[in-house]
Design a protein around this ligand. Sequence first.
Ligand code: PLP
Length: 404
Amino acid sequence: MKKSSNYYMDLEHHYGAHNYHPIPAILSKGEGIYVWDVEGNKYMDFLAAYSAVNQGHCHPRLVKVMQEQCQKLTLTSRAYYNDQLGEWEKYTANLFGYDKMLPMNSGAEADETALKLLRKWAYEVKGIPENEAKIVVCDGNFHGRTITIVSMSSDPSAYGGYGPYTPGFIRIPYNDLDALEEVLKDPLVAGLLIEPIQAEAGVYVPNDGFIHNASLLCKRHNCLLVADEVQTGLGRTGRMLACDHEGVRPDILVLGKAISGGMLPVSCVLADDEIMLTIRPGEHGSTYGGNPLAAVVAVEALKIIEDEDLITNSELLGKIFREEMKHIPSRYIKEVRGKGLLNAIEIDAASPKSAWDLCLELKDRGILAKPTHDYNIRFTPPLVINEAQLREAIEIIKDVLVNI
Ligand code: PLP
């Protein structure tokens, strides 16, 4: 017998931890920008698994390479070599212009890896006395959920109750070059870890020139710039990397999410030898990191972004989306923010409907989106969306924001 939506929700509620508050759509199928729930309703996915599904759900090329590799070899651990990892490392290092790549699984793990590299570089290359290195981060940051990462957070719902916290971080306001310059004067500072656009915080786009000037300040003070492009990277903002908008090459680049097009958890860190080779055999690793299945999927996922010109699509459709949203005569909209297809609408806190209420309304009309931080609705469809599909979604969003 076919099971109802309530059956699946009750099951998760009863047996699963309560660390999420999902939109009540119980999905069982996906293709391109569409997902279907267990009752057969079809939706446009305007979250795309927090930008992990840039290539669209179940992209046939990813399904194909994954199936083929599954039948050959999936996991060796790094106790041995495998015949796919080196190819992935070469492809990615060349594509992004770094000497080396280090593979991990989740975005948080890749950020932790970047923090380790930053500290190792601080002690071995910059010459900061052991255990005294400081790392600069920004208010509103989101880099994942580990204890060290939440130690950097300014969001009580991310860090509250998880102390004691990892020391060694200095937090400054986002988008504030004066504050950055001041802290970089401290010779114990190793570098700056930053999102070029703060996505989780509510899609906050810094002033033009901010990342460029931040990178110059880091260079001037012999500090490294670490860009967390886990969410902003891989075409999401209308460039391969959000840093590309300002011609910035971070010293350490962190990628995740869409590097596997939603097929399995894959992340990686890129850096040049002076930084990467400070970690030696036995000093860092992961059982699944660098597995051959991840390797073939990651290479194919990157090729799809290029072959299907998803970056141009993201830039062009993003402009249309923001232009249309900015002209909606809605009492709910306080601000429209974004770049490429990474966008958010900030809902006026005084309006009679919350971002959550509006997302439920959108769901009933066939669009799945999710609030971030109470007042923002993020709109980040898969980058394979076409103009007709986007315009169809825009009409629905307009109707909800104007007429309810
Ligand atoms: N960094 C950024 C910028 C993110 O947006 C996220 C997740 O949303 C992460 C890191 C953490 O990635 P993961 O959930 O794969 O650990």
